[in-house]
Write a protein that binds this ligand. Structure first.
Ligand code: IFM
Length: 442
């Protein structure tokens, strides 16, 4: 079966700053919460850090050349907030802005549209010392930072995305403690939900004031939720997970209110005018999707429930995440039915597998090609069902630092040798290049 995508459908690839840049002490960059978290014993399964990562800070020319070979029309990357405001406030660090300026120029020369994500989890540690996402003041700090970046790059960049996956920051960073800043506290969890929404809305207002022509959006991690077993309590946990994971971010943005189950939890952080500000119209919604989420009650957990990403016996990636493109089409059709069918770009989708270079020096990752084909087919089927999906960005361009999992969860279209930093395009790279070139899924 072949599926033709429209000519203006955007094909892209995604990365994020802390996962690829390295150079954490260079050119005046301040510490981020991830630099600190990586030093906590056992926080990272492999004991590794993002200190060097793919060394993209030095090898970015090579990575732009790879993007050109891949033939994608767009590249989504994130700006490291602590490179711009090492102390969280004050005067911006010129060297940090210069780095992204050069990158944007090089992308322009290569004919690739830069999509700038302003926050992909690397909060300046200086702001964490002032209670990070627990402190309402972060909304103003974020809007300031967003305008500083956009005013520098926005003569060549049209697309700005505010936050990446606020549900993950709230949940893993503040409820389970698996991500930086490593908190597992009820109040922190609830405050982080609302203050991220508020930061998004405040930044959108500020950016619109600077330039009405910029295309603005947010990137949400969205997934259908399911009960982990057929008990009534698991069913309730799945409904609650849906409200906390999906609704807590979608509903304020598209309906101007929190879901019924979430409102009483965040109420005390919500001031008058907040919800109007969060609900300002957007140009697009970025959707990151990998797998459905399976919920079961867990009284000891901050959120009162625990989640997994696969039922027993399901085919999975090396993250243990279920492989089933049906979860993506379901997510997209729900956006159409329940959220007024916003213009959507899949800003992340992809799979980690245990890729090992073969004797011929190549990486034969047929499993990744099968995965991508299945999920891109799901995009096509949601489009046929009326969902307004306008683009797809593969996660990720490069193998990179997979947060608490370290470097051996390889998501890249390009294999990275973390000893030498050599880059080797995998078979999936060539497959995706053909798709991006022809717009035809085979
Ligand atoms: O690597 C992450 C990325 O930083 C955010 N979305 C999910 C990816 C895979 O876990």
């Amino acid at each position: 079966m072949t599926i033709a995508f429209p000519e203006n459908f955007v094909w892209g690839a995604s990365t994020s700053a802390y996962q690829i840049e390295g150079a954490v002490h260079e050119d005046g960059r301040g510490e981020s919460i991830w630099d600190v978290f990586c030093r906590v014993p056992d926080a990272i399964r492999t004991g590794e850090t993002g200190a060097i990562a793919c060394d993209h800070y030095h090898l970015w020319h090579r990575d732009v050349a790879l993007l050109r070979d891949l033939g994608v029309g767009a590249y989504r990357f994130s700006v490291a907030w602590p490179r711009i405001f090492p102390d969280g406030r004050g005067r911006p660090n010129a060297a940090g802005l210069d780095f992204y300026d050069r990158l944007v120029d090089a992308l322009g020369e290569a004919g690739i549209d830069p999509w700038v994500c302003l926050y992909h989890w690397d909060l300046p540690q200086a702001l964490e010392r002032r209670d990070g996402w627990r402190n309402r003041d972060i909304a103003a700090r974020f809007a300031d930072y967003a305008c500083t970046v956009a005013n520098r790059l926005g003569d060549r960049v049209s697309y700005f995305l505010t936050l990446n996956e606020p549900s993950v920051t709230a949940w893993l960073g503040h409820a389970t403690g698996e991500h930086a800043p490593g908190l597992a506290e009820t109040d922190a969890f609830h405050a982080a939900i609302h203050h991220q929404n508020l930061a998004h809305g405040t930044a959108v207002d500020a950016l619109r004031q600077e330039n009405e022509g910029w295309k603005l959006g947010i990137v949400l991690s969205l997934a259908p939720t399911r009960p982990a077993d057929d008990s009534q309590s698991a069913l309730e946990a799945a409904d609650m997970l849906d409200a906390l994971w999906n609704g807590a971010f979608l509903d304020p943005i598209y309906h101007g209110r929190y879901p019924e189950r979430v409102a009483p939890l965040v109420d005390r952080y919500v001031d008058s005018g907040d919800l109007e500000r969060i609900a300002r119209p957007l140009d697009l919604l970025g959707v990151n999707h990998y797998a459905r989420l399976y919920a079961r009650p867990d009284r000891a957990a901050v959120a009162g429930l625990a989640m997994g990403a696969a039922p027993a016996g399901a085919p999975t990636t090396s993250m243990g995440w279920e492989i089933d493109g049906g979860g993506l089409s379901e997510t997209l059709l729900r956006l159409k039915d329940d959220y007024r069918n916003p213009p959507v770009f899949i800003t992340e989708n992809g799979a980690a597998f245990d890729d090992i270079p073969a004797e011929d020096g190549r990486v034969h990752d047929g499993d990744r090609i099968d995965y991508l084909r299945e999920y891109i087919e799901a995009v096509a089927s949601a489009r046929t069902g009326g969902a307004d999906v306008r683009g797809y960005f593969a996660w990720s361009l490069l193998d990179n630092f997979e947060w608490a999992e370290g470097y051996d969860r390889r998501f890249g279209l390009v294999h990275v040798d973390f000893e030498t930093r050599d880059r080797t395009p995998k078979d999936s790279f060539r497959w995706y290049a053909e798709l991006a070139h022809e717009g035809i899924l085979r």
